[in-house]
Design a protein around this ligand. Structure first.
Ligand code: CAA
Length: 389
């Protein structure tokens, strides 16, 4: 694996680092406290190309590669996980699927506003009764008698950026009799200003509080046939393909928060004196520092491996499901491990809102849950290795 970053990689990493540390980090606690959506930050990130890093310039993006994406994601998440979540949805869950499965017309119409950060995108897969078992969704899209549009009814839940999203990629059942059931799922591009699109209750959350999340109900929403993404019945495959890409972004986000927790811990272990010495001189603290650092660097390697596989897939079309799942699994558990150890190393100060450590702890947890829980990642990896379904 060639880990030499090229000039473009270094430029985007440094630009993301400067922006994250100078403009996001100072206001992250405010957005966490108030739960406000950080629209001014998102607009600026859009101007810098961060909301469509891998999107070709022709569709309003930065036209960079998969390594550039994970480098930028890591830096933004290091300052604030919530802001990086919004970035991740615009980049991966929304733009990636349209670029991969959309028509030329769809790419031109639906990608630029989201890739430039002028608008917010979302991805609506989960439902109140179908989370990990995504294929059992109930939201129904029925073709109208004249075949001009689909009539969509149903409820989606836990929609990241849902309260503010302008556009959505939605998954719904077009053939309720399909066997297996997932072959009856299709994907749609949704304009949230149209009648029948109803935003529901906003979820109060443990962490990533500035990343707004809500339920969305469709009541006789009319979606023109030309806004179907891919063929009828292709929706589940589209959803899974997009999640493969998305999981690499979540892994990079997890790496960012793990590093933030680690760096704060190293500094504290050097400065905090107990029993006449900085606490970093004690072996129990050293063990924590060593384990955090080792897991962080191992996560980075898995993330780069997955990002390189994703980049190669752009020409080969090969799946990188296992690499993405391994990167997300290991990096998200590393984020939780590091945040946990950071609280412990900081003692009472780790539990206080005076420092960002408790926020890292609350924010890290989501990376083990969304875009597929750790249990789902293990299932995906094992099934692929064992070649079973
Ligand atoms: N790429 C392409 N196709 C894939 C695929 C992939 N990675 N994984 C599966 N498929 C295809 C299979 O080939 C199969 O197709 P055919 O039947 O046509 O051959 C079909 O999908 C079904 O595959 P499985 O039998 O393996 O499906 P399953 O029902 O057993 O479920 C699963 C598989 C991996 C558990 C899947 O349901 C899953 O990933 N669940 C987790 C869902 C998830 O991650 N949700 C997150 C919501 S989004 C979110 O969190 C966003 C946010 O907030 C930021």
């Amino acid at each position: 694996m060639d880990l030499n970053l090229n000039e473009e990689h270094v430029l985007i990493r440094d630009a993301a680092r400067d922006f994250a540390q100078n403009e996001i980090a100072p206001v992250a606690a405010h957005y966490d406290e108030t739960g406000e959506f950080p629209m001014p930050l998102i607009r600026k990130m859009g101007e810098m190309g961060f909301m469509g890093i891998e999107v070709p310039e022709a569709y309003g993006g930065a036209g960079l590669d998969a390594i550039a994406y994970v480098l930028a994601m890591e830096e933004i998440a290091k300052a604030d996980v919530a802001t990086s979540t919004i970035m991740s949805v615009n980049n991966s869950l929304y733009c990636h699927g349209i670029l991969r499965f959309g028509t030329e017309q769809q790419k031109q119409e639906w990608v630029p506003p989201i890739a430039t950060g002028e608008q917010i995108g979302a991805y609506a897969l989960t439902e109140p009764m179908s989370g990990s078992d995504a294929g059992t969704m109930r939201t129904r899209a029925e073709l109208s008698a004249d075949g001009s549009h689909y009539i969509i009814n149903g409820t989606k839940s836990w929609i990241t950026s849902g309260p503010v999203a302008h556009r959505l990629v939605l998954f719904a059942i077009t053939d309720p009799n399909a066997q297996p059931k997932h072959r009856g799922v299709s994907a749609f591009l949704i304009d949230t200003t149209q009648p029948g699109f109803i935003r529901g209750k906003v979820e109060p959350k443990l962490g990533i509080r500035a990343s707004a999340t809500c339920e969305i109900t469709f009541e006789d929403y009319q979606c023109p046939v030309e806004h179907r993404l891919g063929a009828e019945g292709e929706g589940f495959k589209i959803a899974m393909t997009v999640l493969d890409a998305g999981r690499i972004g979540i892994a990079a986000q997890a790496l960012g928060v793990a590093e933030a927790a680690y760096e704060a811990s190293v500094q504290y272990a050097r400065e905090r004196v107990a029993f006449g010495r900085p606490i970093g001189h004690f072996q129990m603290i050293q063990q924590k520092i060593a384990d955090m650092k080792t897991r962080i660097e191992a996560s980075r390697l898995l993330i780069y491996q997955a990002a390189l596989a994703k980049e190669a897939a752009k020409s080969t079309g090969a799946r990188y499901t296992t690499q993405a799942a391994m990167a997300k699994l290991f990096a998200s558990e590393t984020a939780m491990f590091c945040a946990h150890q950071a609280v412990q190393i900081h003692g009472g100060m780790g539990y206080s809102k005076e420092l960002p450590i408790e926020r890292y702890f609350r924010d890290a947890k989501i990376t083990e849950i969304y875009e597929g829980t750790s249990e789902i990642q293990r299932m995906v990896i094992a099934r692929n290795e064992l070649k079973i379904r």
